[in-house]
Ligand binder design. Structure first.
Ligand SMILES: [Zn+2]
Length: 441
């Protein structure tokens, strides 16, 4: 009889997994003010209720969050999954094991979704399919599959990147390659349009526009790596959906802003952390001893920290003749970000993490600090990193805010992130789809 009841109970769904996150200060990602004394009911990974005085259903696991802050899981709008191990970037590194270890590491930094921008290898498809069929316990991946550049175009000269993006020479090739990616059900299309300060070939605007047009035929959004303002302008005139770096050569001007507003193009990511990393490692820096950094890179005595602390490594950073130009690019990027934000252009959060010495998770926190230095307020940055990023990729019905019906992708913090984005480092727990993906010890 007891067995029968149990069976019946299962069939009726009486054994749903229920968690009540009780009495937190909730910052829901919509831009509304923080709500103290708020509880969140999570059933089978989804938020079913959010509000005051929620009663714990029978059999619910109750997690008391008195004194804690809860934000939506952070979304990293520009990363590169799986190809890097230590200091080496190579597509051969892209195993399921390496990619999933990185997705768990992202989750340990409060990142519950990352967008991988055009350098993925075949294991990504199975990882993504499984994640979307179930309830992952690691960061979700949104994939641009294999990205696009011109013949011998940037970034094919970067370590491990030859053969990674398509190198497009004709409109027909562009259309065929986009069709291939669409057949794989890629989440978006990525284009690199850059000559690496005159050192490399750049895809022509005509070919880039052909890629955009073909992607749009398939209903796919297109994100672009750009450096120069006029390249970004040409792409947006061709219908580009978002730029995923800042314009770094010139200030964005009124006509540029007007074009973004007219076309709806977004600043999907500003990648300020990438810009600072181009010169910052040339000096001894305190972050190399910061446990928040070292915990994600093999510890304080691991290969990465040991090598980056060495004088030889630091000297090596100055060898690039363009090294001295990067502080100005960072300043331009920061000013442009603030100007676009103030003009009402939708801004996301992304750091270009994943390639060597661009550390997944840590980089996103660095990015948010640099956004704060650029003049954005912590409450604004939270929205950029959550709701805005979800909107950029068409995921805003599932994630990005803490609202009824959405996945319980969230971060529990011990400090108030609206006082200072650095408080987002006080991560006590990360949940993805209601699963504990990380818990601080
Ligand atoms: Zn990138």
């Amino acid at each position: 009889m007891k067995g029968l009841l149990l069976l019946l109970g299962c069939a009726l769904g009486a054994f749903a997994e229920t968690k009540l996150l009780k009495n937190a200060t909730v910052i829901d990602g919509t831009g509304s003010a923080a709500k103290p004394g708020t509880s969140i009911l999570v059933v089978d990974g989804h938020i079913t209720q959010i509000g005051h005085n929620l009663k714990a259903p029978k059999d619910a696991e109750v997690i008391d969050l008195t004194g804690k802050f809860v934000i939506p899981g952070l979304i990293a709008s520009h990363g590169h999954l799986g190809n890097t191990k230590g200091f080496i970037q190579d597509p051969k590194n892209f195993t399921r094991e390496n990619a999933e270890a990185q997705l768990k590491n992202y989750a340990s930094y409060g990142i519950t979704t990352m967008v991988s921008m055009g350098s993925d290898q075949s294991p990504v498809w199975a990882i993504r399919t499984e994640q979307r069929a179930g309830r992952p316990s690691m960061a979700r991946v949104i994939t641009a599959g294999r990205g696009f550049t011109g013949k011998n175009g940037y970034p094919t000269s970067a370590m491990g990147m030859k053969g990674v993006p398509y190198e497009i020479e004709t409109v027909e090739q562009a259309q065929k390659a986009v069709d291939e990616q669409a057949a794989l059900k890629v989440d978006l299309i990525k284009i690199w349009m850059d000559d690496h300060l005159g050192k490399e070939k750049k895809i022509s605007p005509e070919l880039a526009k052909a890629i955009i047009a073909q992607a749009h035929k398939h209903g796919l959004k297109v994100a672009a790596h750009i450096f120069y303002r006029e390249d970004a302008r040409a792409l947006m005139e061709g219908g580009l959906d978002m730029i995923v770096h800042s314009v770094r050569d010139k200030p964005v001007d009124d006509s540029f802003i007007a074009l973004m507003k007219k076309t709806g193009a977004r600043q999907g990511a500003a990648t300020l952390a990438r810009e600072i990393s181009m010169f910052y490692y040339a000096e001894p820096r305190p972050f190399l001893d910061d446990p928040f950094f070292t915990r994600g890179v093999g510890g304080p005595n691991g290969e990465i920290v040991t090598r980056m602390k060495s004088a030889a490594y630091q000297q090596g950073q100055k060898i690039d003749p363009d090294h001295k130009l990067y502080p100005d690019f960072l300043e331009t990027a920061k000013k442009n970000l603030k100007k676009l934000y103030d003009a009402g252009v939708p801004v996301g959060m992304g750091s270009d993490s994943g390639p060597p010495v661009r550390f997944p998770g840590y980089f996103e926190h660095w990015e948010m600090e640099l956004m704060q230095e650029a003049g954005l307020k912590p409450a604004q940055i939270i929205v950029c990193a959550t709701r805005n990023n979800a909107q950029s990729y068409g995921w805003d019905k599932q994630i990005g805010t803490l609202e009824k019906g959405k996945w319980a992708d969230l971060v529990v913090l011990g400090k108030d992130p609206s006082a200072d984005v650095k408080n987002m480092r006080a991560i006590e727990m990360t949940m993805v789809a209601g699963n504990v993906a990380y818990k601080a010890r």
